[in-house]
Ligand binder design. Structure first.
Ligand code: GN1
Ligand code: MG
Length: 354
């Protein structure tokens, strides 16, 4: 919980009531409500995962002012500047805190239940990315160096396998073999020579806020991972989180697959908003982003399981393994439907080209 120092830094009233908010896997988040009913989102940033909060804040401000200069149909949540204007504070225990505007009457969801939700989410992320497409990647800093450098992540994974820190390797031989077999996807991405873009890097559906009455997607939140990267990985993370039949926490893998109507919804929402900004290599390889990011995510969960759950919050001992198997099932489902998925993408991409 935040100390009195945090309260006075953000000039919060002493009677601000805090309750846990959201399901983030890394940071801790609270909703603060004052006696007058004013609300604020307060976050404790996990400094093991995010060692450079000043870079996060720099990126936040650059992106905010860039997007504010455009008339986007998205709400862009404000930062609380704090008493020194920096917007973040380290408390006595070394935890980093920051506060963000709360968006009233919005909800977050863990998976799309209808194609309309996938379409809304796809359009919100596409609008966000297209708005950033003319921002020079040099303007933002690496808040998480190598975040989607999957070749380097793969090396870390192999070393987790080798060290077998938590003595769990014997349970996961098949999954490890799967990652090794498919890892060529990472090479393939590397060789595409993708243009560097300013991207969100974590545009999962839980980071899209929907108006609770109209169902419209009104904001993309959780900007901590924004830095230079690729459109493909953002598209991949959307496929990963907006098209499955069940969320990444579902343990029964026989139930996990990509749902074609949700994929169609996503593409319908995303493609028209981003199309003008896509270069040919991005346009032609969008679907590879899904293979890339889902395999990377599987590998990250599995690697963390092997390391004894050091990175992701887990609610029970097998949680990371469940998530890894879930991602593997999703990957296989996408493999099985690849040509249909590509056909749909090509269809929507060519609609806009006329
Ligand atoms: C983490 O913190 P959260 O839940 O928004 C992770 C993402 C993963 C995601 C999987 C900094 O995001 O990369 O895709 O979990 N964030 C970081 O749900 O590692
Ligand atoms: Mg996040």
């Amino acid at each position: 919980m935040p100390s009195a120092t945090v309260f006075s830094y953000f000039e919060f009233p002493e009677d601000l009531q805090l309750s846990p908010l959201g399901n983030g896997n890394i940071n801790d988040t609270w909703l603060g409500t004052s006696a007058e009913g004013e609300k604020v989102v307060l976050q404790r940033i996990n400094s093991t995962v995010f060692p450079y909060p000043e870079r996060i804040m720099h990126n936040y401000r650059v992106v905010l002012s860039h997007l504010r200069s455009k008339d986007l149909k998205l709400h862009l949540p404000n930062l609380f500047p704090g008493i020194d204007g920096q917007g973040y504070l380290f408390d006595e225990e070394g935890h980093c805190w920051r506060a963000v505007e709360y968006l009233a009457n919005t909800i977050a969801i863990e998976r799309a239940e209808t194609p309309a939700q996938a379409r809304q989410a796809g359009s919100a992320v596409g609008t966000f990315l297209c708005g950033l497409s003319d921002l020079d990647p040099q303007e933002v800093q690496d808040a998480l160096p190598g975040f989607h450098d999957s070749l380097s992540r793969y090396q870390h994974f192999l070393s987790a396998v080798q060290h077998n820190l938590a003595a769990r390797l014997s349970d996961v031989q098949a999954e490890v073999e799967f990652v090794k077999r498919e890892a060529r996807v990472f090479e393939k991405i590397q060789h595409l020579g993708l243009p560097l873009r300013v991207v969100h890097n974590d545009p999962k559906i839980a980071n899209v806020l929907f108006d609770q009455h109209s169902g419209e997607a009104v904001a993309l939140i959780d900007w901590d991972t924004i830095q230079a990267g690729s459109f493909l990985s953002d598209f991949g993370d959307m496929v990963r989180s907006m098209t499955p039949s069940f969320s990444e926490d579902e343990p029964d893998t026989s139930k996990v697959h990509l749902e074609m109507p949700l994929f169609k919804g996503l593409v319908q929402g995303f493609v028209p908003t981003i199309q003008a900004a896509l270069t040919p290599v991005e346009r032609d390889n969008l679907l590879q982003g899904a293979f890339w990011i889902i395999l990377e995510q599987m590998m990250r969960f599995l690697g963390d399981y092997l390391n004894g759950d050091q990175y992701y919050k887990v609610r029970y001992p097998e949680h990371n393994l469940v998530r890894a198997r879930n991602q593997m099932a999703l990957y296989q489902s996408i493999q099985a439907q690849e040509s249909d998925l590509q056909r749909i993408l090509t269809q929507y991409l060519s609609l806009g080209a006329h």
